[in-house]
Design a protein around this ligand. Sequence first.
Ligand code: DCP
Ligand code: MG
Ligand code: MG
Length: 616
Amino acid sequence: MDVILDIPKRHDDRIILHFDYDCFYAAVVEAERPEIKEMSLPLAVQQKQIIVTCNYEARRRGLKKLQLISEAKRICPDLIIVLGEDLTRFRDASKKLYGFLQQFTWNRRAERLGFDEVFLDVTEVINENLKLLNSNNLRSSFFHLSQKDPLEGFTYDAATICGHTYYPEQGKAPNLLDDLLLQRLIIGSHLAQHIRCSLESSHGYTATAGVSTSKLLSKLVGNVNKPNGQTTLLPPYTGLEPALCVPARFLAAFDIGSVPGIGFKTSHKLRKHVLQTEPKYDESLIYGGTLESVSVRDVRDSPGMGVKLLSQILGGHGSSHNIGGRVWNLLWGVDNSNVTETRSVPRQISIEDSYLRLDNEMQVKQEFRTLATSLLRRMHTDLLEEHDNGLLEAGPDGPQKRWIAWPRSIRLSTRPRPPVGPDGTRARSFARISRSAPLPSFMLNLSTPAKDIVERLILEIIWPMFKRLHPEKQGWDLSLVNLGVTNMDEGAVNATDSRVDIGTLLRRQEGVGKEWRVEDKDVPPDFTDEPLVPSKGVNEGCMVKDEAEHQDFEAVPGKLGIPLVNAVTEDDNDSDWEFSDANTNLSTATPCPVCGSFIPIFAAAAHERFHVFGDG
Ligand code: DCP
Ligand code: MG
Ligand code: MG
């Protein structure tokens, strides 16, 4: 009975929609080149040696996401391959679609997860439409999309759910005519359908949606019918014995590692606890795949399980606050975390790339050039707006622009590759080291050509920072470099509105900069459960204080098992759900434990997933 008493409380007063764009990168390319879709040509997007995604024509012919390019070409010789290492077009499309989707909330709660997923908290929209229902004539209801314009909306059948539903025994859903939650979910399902149709007609993208009362449930249930489908998780969510409620039953069969919010290390500890032995995949399948599946139900049903035991298993040095309670909630399908509010400017912007080998000054400087150029371009895209009050400087050939916010700090992070040990192997290292400095004012100057800014930045700031970060006499070999701007100051707009010119602002920036205590929070703030232990090969002497935060970030690779070889991170949201795009798998090349092929490091994760998910 202990377990029952421990069951967490669910707040089902919200309606949350989750959207995941279908074949996202391929869809972006198709939007640029409509003939691909019109002629049903197979298309794949390549990063390094991997197909990161492909369109449905390619999938129909047997291609898969995260497949080696060589295999893909063999399976589908007429495949159109587009290089996807420059993420600009995907990021731009992601922003545009997010801008479109967020209009459908009335409470500004719209959260992006990576590039291709969005959560919308549509509670207010649903509640208002619930109030306006005429219970005598549900079948011809009018859905109000706007609080201001009563004519904006569409007609719908409020007595019937739209799209697919999930109920543990399909076809046997109880009759819940008077259930208020069901009524709200029905309304939500029609909104999800309307949004998906509008997205397709206005922007040409199809998406898959989930409808429920939390981020966790809407994301997981959306996955049930892909692509271009939507699924609503049916009630009852409460009122029965806990294990019989639909969310708990829905979650029960999921592998523990596939529950969003349960990280790689947490699921590892839980597997170990349930199996009472070291999980086997630990030595072979590093990313995502497991040899023994441990389900949510297995964890829930293991003897003595509850918040207390979970805290014992998962707690300890460096673990996040109340980890036992949080994980216990997730096991029962309870996620009371909020969809974060839309932010007009990102919290930080950073660009990174990973390398098989980066160990000489010339190469490093060249990489700095590339990264700094992208960073500057991103700053211009994200932080400038057009402006015409004549106070600020014009761009060289465009309309006048002004900074709506600016970063106070610039940060350089690297991940040194551990040296080869006596046995010829290398420890896998996830430890990043970093340094920050006040952002130099010349970076914000709009009349200097970008090339000159980048050169000066490298000479005066980045290279000196790098030398301090890597004083090692014997040299270094980097597996990753990240360049970012942080500590966003959004006061700039107000300052310019009160007629302070850019020169004053820059001087202020310069002056204050010296006293700033750099508060260097990396992404994601509170996503992972525990920091990774830095690997032994790292030179501890050059660790800086924010290392622990980077380790949080670094713990993400085990989460989704995604090898992203050329990545951009951005922390637009407050989410503790943020799945970084910068999941880089760095270890030495190894033979595949399943088929024995020798796999280059950047392809290892995809290759492993290929085995995990099978060929057919
Ligand atoms: N992506 C990537 N590297 C990975 C995984 C994904 O660059 N290792 C990119 C390509 C995808 C996009 O992220 O288009 C979104 O990832 P999804 O897993 O949602 O895949 P898709 O949207 O492509 O396909 P689906 O239709 O299954 O959602
Ligand atoms: Mg997708
Ligand atoms: Mg996705």
